[in-house]
Design a protein around this ligand. Sequence first.
Ligand code: ZN
Length: 224
Amino acid sequence: MSALSAKDLKKYHGRPSLRLVDPESLAALEQSRKIEVLSLNHFHRIRSLEPLSSLTNLRALFLTTTNGWDGTNRHLLVETFEPLVALRRLEIVQILGVVPERDRLQPLSRMPSLEKLSIGNTSFYQLEDFAGLSVALPRARGSLQPIYQMNFISRCRRCKKHALLFLAGAKQRSPRYVCPACGKKKIISHLQRWNSAGGVPQYDAPEKLGVADLMDTFGNPNAT
Ligand SMILES: [Zn+2]
């Protein structure tokens, strides 16, 4: 569940697309059946994603809140992600600060075309949600790691040495940015939790992983 890179998005430049910011309804989608890229931003007046199910050419979908909500844990509520299951060509999905009333991320597990997921900006989603998807979606596994490094480097304030790693789906009120040295215990228990949830890949003997191993496995070579 890493962030999307410019490279991920480049593929979709110039494709037929639609961006709706704070729409009153999704009626506009009826005239947009051919679009391949859809961005819905700050759609707080919309609860049902059902109108999306007719967009069968869709390859990339971005469901996001306004930037002003970043880091506030405020989120948009939708009924369910079930209507997305009809989108058999969808490759990339970004869900930032959007939470379903039911089914959690389970509908996505029935979308084998998915290659890349970026889900976050809320503490609603838990490690078990991502572990479940890692089993069901082999093509998207690379973006469903339990730990990753953001595109920006922030150093540990304690040791002032190592770059912090992000724990995907950490428990509420538990720290999400953790130093691979100072926060080793948190990292071990996070990986054990992933293993118990049946996530793929499984991490053998997480307690034996040193800082270099952790950075090799979860570091982001493009972080600056
Ligand atoms: Zn540290």
